[in-house]
Design a protein around this ligand. Structure first.
Ligand code: NMX
Ligand code: MLT
Length: 440
């Protein structure tokens, strides 16, 4: 779909001139002071990245190019009036900065369908990995193995001028996004359905096709996955998966390498793996209590015990948010509308009532409220996607939309290699006006 690429270029080129102008005219303006506390708590709140696709507000949550999740659910094109927006539309919005027309979105769906062929060697790589390996291991290895197809890398080696890097990056990004549903579904069917694979249906939309290839062909699952793919797509630039993709991409590594690196960050339990941990933790609780219907008192006691054991309560807390995550709320509303009564979802709702005051009482957790991962697993489980060790892969497929749209922007801006400074602990002692103990 050449016109979408052209539209992106027309729109984004203006921002490139702005980037150059601000860099040249205001490069020496001070925008923040950095405290030792910020350095020692993961650089929270230090402005250091340029990301246009979305911005996170601590209290109101994520906005994609200015639009909240409820606004996206209202404004982005969908297939049927009572359906959820198509993630292809969100990709357009993140890339171009405007709400697309329905035809634009359908054209992206078609474009992705024509790019969706996965080379045989990628399946061979997946098949060579032991079946009991984590799905995220298989997913990231598959992505890496596709780097053989990187158009960016070929162009770079052929000596293309740097002002055209964005063009081949765009092509890699579109090919990569197009292929992810097939790869994810292949891993799913390999691991849990005895290698009985399902061919893609090019008439389907991107998320609908993913549900189809996973073997969950109902309209309900397709609707859920469309919502899922929209709400997980981006969370500004500083989260681990987005930042890693940007950082690795800043070395001009090809988009396959950059995104695979981001996925390895997403696989960590404090980030995207938390969606599995939530379900693991609830099931461990049910097993220990030997019940499917724990009382509120039992849940409170189990939560406190987890904290006493020096573990985190998965699905709660956030590095930036200081309120209930609107992605949690969107899923809760979805469940209210479509799910009548479900034991697991009831437990998740009870947790929402009882966990925040317990975390608050610790006096150290900055955000006691639930994040996106507190709800996502229970909904998937309700709709029959019960293989929870796979859930982070779904998060990863969605996250491609945001981090890869940003990578195209990075290359169009011509952002330089990222290289912050590090200092030994002794230097911080000195900055604090202290003499550190010898050896530190
Ligand atoms: N349960 C128990 N302790 C927690 C929790 C929690 N859910 N959240 C924060 N804390 C602790 C944290 O471990 C730290 O303890 P210590 O001082 O002993 O090291 C203290 O509270 C202060 O941490 P914060 O500044 O509130 O949180 P931070 O920004 O460091 O971490 C998370 C943010 C999201 C990593 C943290 O809240 C967490 O571990 N949550 C559980 C895992 C989770 O749900 N991750 C998913 C995040 C969303 N995503 O999809 O990526
Ligand atoms: C995310 O979606 O990336 C997570 O909420 C983590 C974050 O924003 O730091």
């Amino acid at each position: 779909m050449e016109y979408i690429k052209n539209r992106f270029y027309q729109k984004a080129s203006k921002c490139v001139s702005e980037y150059q102008r601000i860099k040249n005219e205001h490069g020496d303006k001070v925008i923040a002071n950095v405290t030792i506390g910020q350095v020692m708590t993961g650089m929270k709140g230090v402005p250091s990245l340029i990301t246009d696709t979305s911005k996170l507000d601590p209290t109101t949550g994520i906005r994609f190019r200015g639009y909240t999740i409820p606004e996206l659910r209202e404004k982005l094109p969908r297939l049927s009036p009572d359906g959820e927006p198509l993630p292809e539309g969100l990709f357009y919005l993140m890339l171009i900065g405007e709400i697309p027309e329905r035809d634009d979105v359908l054209n992206i769906s078609k474009d992705l369908a024509t790019r969706a062929h996965v080379p045989q060697h990628v399946f061979d790589v997946i098949d060579a990995i032991p079946k009991n390996s984590r799905p995220m291991t298989q997913f990231s290895a598959a992505i890496l193995s596709m780097a053989t197809d990187s158009i960016f890398q070929k162009a770079y080696r052929a000596g293309v001028h740097k002002k055209y890097y964005w063009d081949t990056t765009y092509e890699d990004v579109m090919n990569l996004i197009a292929r992810l549903p097939r790869i994810a579904a292949y891993i799913y069917r390999r691991q849990f359905f005895n290698d009985e694979h399902i061919e893609p249906d090019p008439r389907l939309d991107w998320a609908g096709n993913l549900a189809h290839m996973m073997g969950h062909d109902s309209e309900e699952v397709k609707r859920l996955l469309r919502l899922y793919m929209v709400i997980h797509a981006d969370h500004e630039g500083g989260n681990v998966s987005a930042h890693t993709t940007h950082l690795v991409g800043s070395a001009l590594s090809n988009p396959y390498y950059a995104y695979a690196a981001g996925m390895l960050g997403l696989a960590g339990p404090l980030h995207g793996y938390a969606n599995q941990e939530v379900i693991n933790w609830i099931f461990a609780m049910l097993q220990e209590l030997d019940t499917e219907n724990p009382t509120e008192e039992q849940i409170i006691a189990y939560t406190k015990r987890t904290l006493d054991e020096g573990r985190v309560i998965p699905g709660y807390g956030h590095a930036v948010l200081r309120q209930t995550d609107p992605r949690f709320t969107a899923q809760q509303e979805f469940a209210k509308k479509y799910v009548k009564d479900d034991k697991l979802i009831n437990i998740v709702n009870t947790l929402h009532r009882v966990v925040p005051p317990i975390l608050e009482a610790t006096g150290k957790v900055k955000n006691p409220w639930p994040n996106v991962d507190a709800y996502s697993g229970s909904l998937l489980y309700y709709y029959g996607v019960q293989e929870h060790s796979f859930y982070t892969v779904l998060f990863g497929v969605s996250r491609a939309l945001g981090v890869l749209a940003s990578l195209v922007m990075d290359r169009l801006y011509g952002l330089p290699i990222e290289r912050p400074s590090s200092y030994p602990l002794k230097w911080y002692h000195e900055k604090a006006g202290e003499q550190g103990p010898s050896g530190c």
